[in-house]
Structures are given as structure tokens and as C-alpha cells.
Design a protein around this ligand. Sequence first.
Ligand SMILES: C[S@@+](CC[C@H](N)C(=O)[O-])C[C@H]1O[C@@H](n2cnc3c(N)ncnc32)[C@H](O)[C@@H]1O
Length: 516
Amino acid sequence: MTRPVALTRDKGWYRERNSLAFQVLRVRKARRTHVSNKAKNTPVRYRITKRTVPARLKETLQPALLPLAAGEQGAHSHHNGVAKLNGGFADSAFADNKQRPVHRWVPWIAGFSSEFVRDAFTRYLPGNRPEAAVVLDPFCGVGTTLVEALRCGHDAVGFEINPYPALASRAKCEAAAVSPAQLNQYILKFEDYMRAPEAAGDSASAPEHFRSRIPFFGPRAEAKVLKALRFINRLRVPPIHDLFELAFGSVMVNVSNYSYEPSLSSRPAVGKPTQDDAPVAESIVVKLLAMKSDVAWFREELERLPRQPIGRVIQDNFLNALHHLDPGSVDLIVTSPPYLNNYHYVRNTRPQLFWLGFVRKPSELKRLEIENFGKYWQTVRDLEKVALDFEHPALERLLAQMRGVSVERGTYGGPGWANYAASYFNDMNRFCRVVGQVLKRDGRAVIVVGNSILQGVEIAVDNILSDLAARHGLTTENIHIVRQKRVGASIVSSSVRQGARTTAKLYESAVVLRRT
Ligand SMILES: C[S@@+](CC[C@H](N)C(=O)[O-])C[C@H]1O[C@@H](n2cnc3c(N)ncnc32)[C@H](O)[C@@H]1O
């Protein structure tokens, strides 16, 4: 059975994909999509590729969890009478996604593994449902949960506040509706365009308000980047435009004088040489060719399903979810909110946000930072003491302890970090309220969080999440330790942990909540 297609934006393309009946809700701000007459009139050279059928994914479940050593069972092994399990879910780490079709398009810090998500579906969405299940990821990042939900035939909804990962999620949800042959034509046109001499009067400039400590691109690389962007900005078919933007966004740091370590650093700061020139067109084309092959694979996957699922990406703060979703409409949430480690998603995607035109001024970045779940230390450290919006004596004690650490360092010491932790849990409380509102009765939420060590004070985020959830009609069924000594060494050894004199270990848990 097919569903009506809700999109009406484009003349030919969406008609072509009607058979797929695949709806992608595009909630985003108006963007520059100026198309010159010259581009409109450029004849298209057709060279249709053979439909490629990449090897099917080998779906092996990873050997599950790292066992807790006997001596480590204790404070971290029980909460509110719920045993913290050390078995049952696949490892939540993103690393494996780097090899997997569609998932491999964009590297993303703290992304999920696709197997972990599948594991959650197997447990909480029984196969014999009369109706399609609705899977929600309130912090969908680059769309791991959404892609896996669609592959399993579930409808998928993702919220993502940052326009760059939202672009990635949207491009993935749209992917099955893209014709690989059409994408191939555009790749060929792009190659021709990048080889041809620059047309007279064809100029573009770097984003006006984008600042970096050293020139972001070498001079010759920058000329190529601007040329590539001129081509991309003229693309009129939305999903093709999205794929090109994403290909550009995912390689732009590689061809720059910066690198992800995993936070964005200049190459000289990490002992790498700067690059005057770089293979800009080649890098984009390699990415696009991988996308083309994955698009063919994803189409085949979805065409095999008895019913075509619907993917929606909502570029908004999840705390506004009830503006977009009906109460009690979601069967399963699988998500991972930002951790309490101050990893700065907004700063680390500044290059993509500015160069792809998602933000133009620093004030727009600021708005994103303030609306980001948990805020950032940088945005709250100088505030008067941030109070909790709810009562939680154990957390109050931890915050008081933190406020007493390195007081002489002012907002850089305990008081600033305690403001950050309090802001984080105020958002966690709001998040739980919205989860309680959107879940169906008996619906589950699988929420991956990490513990945290701020100024030497360990905070068991999973326990506090479980406590807050209970205030909003959500019972904790299980807490699974899914990883220990989690990734991101340079984050965990950064100033976030200054003052740390603790033997506590970093771990990640999947907190399973049920709507009662
Ligand atoms: C840990 S990442 C999620 C990664 C995701 N599981 C994946 O596999 O790609 C958290 C994401 O939440 C997003 N985010 C932060 N605050 C948000 C908010 N208030 N509403 C929606 N998304 C938000 C961040 O931009 C980031 O992409």
C-alpha cells in the first residue's frame, strides 16, 4: 500500500519518486538558492550508469558489552532498585558506521552504531504490529536512528537543532528517492565545471563573518572551494543539492588548514603542515561516488519492504516537539543527547555552518549555542549561580561540592562548571517532560548517556536521568552499561576534568524508560 506524497515543492523530481511514496518534511529556514539563467540553460549531458548493487551488509551483532570487573560493581551497579546490566545491547560506539553504506557519509563525534539501534528495535518493536511503528530520535545528529528505522520499515522522526547534521539526516532520509543515474549526471557536470576555466564575472567570496586564527583554506584551495560552491548553490533539485552540500561539508575540513582532533584545531597546532593547495574537486567527487553507490543500495533495501516508511527531519529544538508532534504518538525513542562533557557541536561545525550559508553572523551561532541541549560552559559560566528547576538533594550536594573546587579560578573553576552542570540537568528535566508527553502508553525510550567528571566531581548522569524521568510518568526498566572508557580522549582530558583527582571511570549507559 502506498501513501500519498505530501511534498509538492518540485515539478518533475518528486513526481518521479511518487512510487516510493517517501515523505521528507523539510522544516528549515529559507536558504539562498539563486539560480542564474546561465545555469538554467546549460544543456545536460546524459550518461546513464548501470545500476550498481553493492554487496549486502553483513549484519553481525557485535559481541555485546564490556563486562564489569567484580571490583567495579558497586555505586555504578544499582540505582533506584534497578540493576545496571552489563550485557544485552551491542556497543553504542559510532566507529563501525564508518564502513556502512549511508552511515559512512559524515563522520560525527558521539554518533551511534547502527547495530545498537537495531538491537533496540528488536527488543522494543515486535514484528507483528498491526500498524507502522513511529521511531523518534530527539537528537538525531547525522541520522543513525532514522536510517535504521526506515530500513526496518518504521516511520522515523528526527529533531536536530544544528543545520549541518540536520542536512545530513535529511539527505539520508531522502536518499532512497534519489535516482543514482540522475546523481551521476550531476557528478559528471560537476567534474566538467571544475575542469573548465572560470567564466568571466563569475565571482563568489568567502563568508563575510567567518573568522579563523589562521586562514581557513590555503589560497589555491580556497579558489577551488569557491568554485565548487558556485556550482552547488545553483543546483535546483533539492535532494541532489543536499547530497552535494553534504559531500562538500564532509570533506571541507580535510582540504583546509584545520583538522578534527576530535575538536576543530589548526593543522600547525597539532604538528601538521598547512596546505596551500588541496584536491577539492577530487575529494568531493570521491564522496559523491560513494553516496551514489549507497543510494542504489538504500533504494533496494526500501523497495523490498511491503510498505514504504516515512522519514521526517525537523530542524528545531526538541523541547519544541509538541509544535510538530501529537501527544502520545511515538512508539519508541532511541537517542543520545549531548553528554555532560561540553563537546561543542556548534563551534566544531562552524566551518560548515558558515561556508554552506546556514549562518551568516556570530549572533546566529550564539542562538544555536543557547538553545543547544545542556547549554555550553562558555554560555553559562559567567551567570549568577544557576539554580536547579527541580528538587534533587543528591545533585544539589554534588553541585555544592563542585562550587567549592578551585574557587580562586572564578568562573573557570568550580562555580563556572557547576553553572554548566545545573543548566544541563535543567534541560534534562525539560527533556524528560517532553518525552513523557510524546510517548504512547507503554512506549519505550532508550537513552544513551555518559557519566561525567567535572572538576574532579563524578556525576552519574544515568541515575539522575532515571530520577528525573520518574517525575514525568516514565519508569526505569533497565540501565545497561554499554561502554566503559568511552571514546574522545582529548575531550575527557581537557579542561572539563581539570582538578580531577579521582579514580572514577568514564562509562556510557543505555537508560531504558517505559511510559506508564
Ligand atoms: C550525541 S549527538 C547525537 C548523535 C546521533 N546519535 C548520531 O548517531 O548521529 C547529539 C546531537 O544533539 C543535537 N542537539 C543539541 N541540542 C539539541 C536540541 N535542543 N534539540 C535537538 N537537537 C539538539 C546536537 O547538535 C547533536 O547533533
